[in-house]
Each structure stands twice: as C-alpha cells, then as structure tokens.
Design a protein around this ligand. Structure first.
Ligand code: MSP
Length: 529
C-alpha cells in the first residue's frame, strides 16, 4: 500500500500582498511534496488564508470594503501567486469556508463540555498586527509589541479562557518522548524552555468586534483568531464531518508536517497540541520551524519599503531561477539576507555557468562526436569511477537532506555533483580523445556526462520544475523522471536532441540587472493588494 504524506503551510493572513518571505515557505512545501510524490507517496499539500480577526477587519475598513469582499480579493491574489510560482497545492483552505466555521464551532463546544474553557474577563494588552495577547512585562514601559514593535492596545472585555496549564506536563512528556516532533533541535529547546516557565490560561474569544466565528452557545463572542486558524489543518480534511476519509488517510495514517517560521512556532508547538489533547485527536504531526528571509538585513515590511515581490525576479529570469534561489538560500538555522546582487550572482554561477553549461556542452559533444546516439559503456577510467562514486554518495545525502526538510543542503549537494561532473570534462579532454581517435574512451566519458546530468536533473525536479523536463527531453528521455530507485548507469542509450536555446541565458550585465530589480521593487511596492 502507498504511504501518505500531508504537508501544510501556515495559512497566511488575508491582510496584504504576499511577498518573497511567505513564498519561501510555500515553495519549501511544494518542493517537499514533489519529492515525496516522486518517491511513490500519496501526497496532499495544503495552503490557504487566515481571514478572520481584528487585523483583517481593520485593513478591509481602510480600503472601504467589507471584510468578506477584501478577503475574497486576497484569496484570489494568493491562488494566482501560487499558480504563477508553479506551486502544486491540492487544497486551498479559507477560514471563512462554511465547513471550516461549522467544525470550529463544534470544537469550541467540545472544549467547553470537557471543562477546558471557562468564562472570565480579559484585562490586558493585545497586538492587533500579531493577533497576540501579551503580559505587562513582555511589552515593557513603552507598551510596544515584543514581536513587531508596534504599540499594543489595552483590551478589557468578557472573554473565554482555555486552561493551558492543565496540559503543561502532558505536553512536556510528549515532546520528550517524540524527539522529532519539533525540528530543528535548537527550536525544540526554545519551546521546552518556554513551557517550563509555566503556561498562563489563554484568552480564546473576543467580544468587542464581530469579524470572526461566533461561539454557538454564546454568539456575543467570536472565537480567538488563532484557535480558529490552527484548526484549518483538520477542518480541511473534514475531521468532524460525516465523510472522514481524508482525515483517516492524511491524518490518522500519514506522515504530517506543518511548516512554519519561528515567529509562529509557539502557537504550533504549544497551543495546537494542547487543543488536540483537549478534544482527543492524536498528535500525529511534526513541526519544521524555519527562520526568516530578510531584505538587506531587515525583516521585510511595506512601511520600510524593503519588500520584494516574486514578480520582480520571475518576470525576467523565470520561475525556476526564483524557486532555485529561494530554496538554495532557504533560512533554516539562521535568517538569510536576500539581495538582488546575490540573486544575480547565484543565477550566473550555479544555473548558467555550472549546470546550464554542463548540459549544453555535453549534449553538443554527444551530437558532434556520436551523431546524437550514445550507448552505455563501462570503463575503468579513474575519473569516471570517481564521478560514479560521488553520484552514489550524492543520492544518499540528498535523501537524508530531503527527509529532514533541508532543501538548502540538498541543492548544495547536487551542485557539488555538478562541479564534479564539469571537472570530468577538464580531466578527460574529450576533444583530444576525439582527435586521437580514441572513440571507446570518448564514448565512456560522454555517456558518464549524460548519465550524471540525468541523475542531477532528476534530483533537481522538485525545484527546477520546468527546465528539468526540457533537459530530460534533450537527453531523449520522458519529460518526467521519478526519484524513487534512481541509480547511475541504468539507461542503455541516450538519443540526444540539441537544445534550441540555453536553459538559463547568461545575465551579461549584472550591475544594470541589479538596478532594474531595484526599480521593479519600487514599482511593485505601489501595486495595491
Ligand atoms: N495567520 C498566521 C498563521 C496561522 S497558521 C494556523 C500568520 N500569518 S502570516 O501571514 O503572518 O504568515 C506567517 C508565515 O509566513 C510565517 O510563519 C512564514 O511561514 C511566512 N513568512 C512571512 N514572512 C516571512 C519572511 N520574511 N521569511 C520567511 N517566512 C516568512 O502568522
């Protein structure tokens, strides 16, 4: 029976245009889904929008729109963006979907019945931008949000509270007995330290605005936006609906991965598992928490004018170049600074010089020296043997990388193999072998090159989704190659077709290119959400 794999992005706030930061999370999930699918898994990749709450209500009002009109527009923008970036999601959840709202209402009633929620009154501080409650000590004298730096609001209203502390020890036990629950390790330690400080009861309803899911038994309150939002991962599988087949398949019998950035790890590593314990749903998921993409060293924000939207790169260099850059630089252990200079340099070095050149040189040698047909031939040439050894090692490392969500490392490993392959051309000098008439030796070298390109391109398929099929076709193969069981030297003969144009055209004038990107960034900032 096929194994199942369910991967989710956070559902992004329906409050503005999505930029390259949010795109990096979605691209990561997309590439992991493609990898697992190619490994024979039955996959489900979900993304969506978080549409309720005070922040969305306020932003809609600023635009003179009703919250629903505003979020409809943003949902369309998000879907268009993911399509534009070739993100192959299977389901797009919106928290204004009726089936989501109904199930969240039911969840709230279950928690009340269980005695985990009680009515009280909240008197404290709230950051609307982050939709988070803070204590006096967290916001300091100046009353600024510790996460985004904006002034917090004083909130005084009747509110329901969830007894987080009741589950504190159970959660710690769970984290200790499931070492891969929170990855990477360092992030897990932060969560454990936070829980050990002691969990305060959490306010889980708001009663001074309307844009949310009304509580069934007390409709003066709407459900706190985080409780509403977190349940998207399950409502979208219909976990409380009559037909539970998706829930059984992709939750109860599946690998489940929630990818989130560090800013929202606590919600996912503390509130989410506790909510699930409260309603007796198995904690069958892993969290992968990553860092941020920064722009010139600062968190991207429209007000600072340092946001980059994907179109800035994609329009000129194509989707694959953008996907490659974002995932090669993916911020796992530390924040990554993204700059137009860096983008151009990676593009010209990795994609144009190393990979693109290797492909075009090898294919043209195959057509010139062997009339496009190159049969497999074994050879004891030490350089070829070394390339084969490196290929086998790379495949092994790649699987380790991808299974620990390290797409940045996976790409670096493929790139090393590409360099090793380029080196074979210098070591064996095919043009000299041709001149000397050493056709068998030459055939062994050209086969080794084409075969290494096949392996590299197959490993690149989750990332370079368009150029990989162009390369396979020019190797005379099916446009789609699977990663499962990938081995060197398994093709009997390559029938190459010369490329009509370079897969990645060189950026000849990096300085001008950078200033064009900066201009386009400025223009994109003026485009309305
Ligand atoms: N709506 C909540 C999530 C609810 S999930 C149940 C939210 N939304 S958000 O729009 O603020 O998106 C946060 C997510 O966007 C981060 O966790 C991260 O995945 C992604 N990113 C947004 N900016 C980013 C960077 N600059 N860098 C990397 N990821 C970024 O929080």
């Amino acid at each position: 029976m096929k194994k199942n794999f369910y991967i989710t992005t956070p559902i992004y706030y329906a409050s503005g245009r999505l930029h390259i930061g949010s795109s990096s999370t979605t691209l990561l999930c997309d590439s992991l889904k493609r990898y697992k699918k190619s490994m024979g898994y039955d996959t489900r990749f979900m993304t969506g929008l978080d549409e309720h709450g005070q922040k969305v209500e306020k932003k809609a009002a600023l635009k003179g729109l009703s919250p629903q009109e505003f979020t409809d527009r943003l949902a369309k923008n998000a879907k268009d963006l993911w399509k534009y970036l070739d993100c192959d999601y299977d389901y797009f959840v919106r928290t204004t979907d009726e089936n989501h709202m109904k199930q969240v209402q039911e969840v709230f009633e279950k928690m009340l019945e269980k005695g985990d929620i009680y009515l009280g009154s909240y008197d404290g501080l709230y950051c609307v931008e982050c939709e988070t409650f803070f204590s006096q000590s967290e916001v300091g004298e100046e009353k600024l949000c510790p996460d985004c730096g904006r002034p917090v609001q004083i909130v005084k209203e009747p509110s329901y509270f969830f007894k987080l502390s009741k589950y504190q020890n159970r959660l710690l036990d769970f984290i200790n007995s499931h070492p891969s629950f929170i990855q990477p390790e360092g992030k897990k330690n932060e969560v454990v330290a936070f829980i050990k400080q002691g969990l305060q009861d959490l306010s889980v309803s708001r009663s001074t605005f309307k844009w949310g899911i009304p509580i069934k038994s007390d409709p003066k309150h709407v459900v706190y936006v985080w409780l509403d939002a977190l349940f998207n991962y399950l409502t979208a599988l219909g976990f409380l609906e009559e037909d539970k087949s998706l829930y059984e398949k992709y939750w109860l019998n599946s690998e489940v991965v929630h990818v989130v950035a560090k800013d929202i790890l606590r919600f996912h590593a503390i509130f989410w598992p506790i909510f699930l314990m409260s309603i007796d749903v198995p904690l069958n998921f892993q969290l992968f928490a990553h860092n941020w993409v920064l722009m010139y060293g600062d968190k991207m924000s429209k007000s600072k004018g340092n946001v980059i939207f994907p179109k800035t790169f994609v329009e000129k260099y194509g989707v694959d170049a953008f996907r490659y850059y974002m995932l090669r630089e993916f911020p796992v252990l530390s924040d990554t600074v993204c700059t137009p200079e860096d983008f151009i340099s990676r593009y010209n070095t990795d994609l144009v010089n190393d990979y693109g050149n290797l492909v075009s040189r090898s294919i043209s040698m195959a057509s010139k020296y062997f009339d496009s047909k190159v049969k497999r031939i074994e050879d004891n040439n030490e350089f070829i043997l070394d390339l084969r050894k490196t290929t086998l090692e790379t495949i092994k490392l790649y699987h380790e990388d991808m299974n620990s969500f390290r797409v940045d490392k996976a790409l670096a490993d493929i790139n090393k193999l590409v360099s090793r392959t380029n080196k074979l051309i210098d070591e064996t000098m095919p043009w000299a072998l041709y001149k000397e008439g050493k056709m068998e030796e030459l055939q062994a070298v050209i086969y080794a090159l084409l075969d290494a390109i096949r392996v590299e391109t197959t490993l690149y398929t989750p990332f370079l989704v368009n150029s990989s099929s162009i390369v396979f076709k020019s190797l005379g193969l099916n446009s789609q190659q699977e990663i499962i069981d990938l081995k060197p030297y398994e093709v009997d003969e390559y029938n190459v077709v010369p490329l009509e144009q370079p897969i990645f055209p060189r950026e000849k004038d990096p300085k001008v290119a950078v200033s064009e990107i900066v201009e386009s960034m400025a223009y994109e900032l003026t485009v309305e959400a």
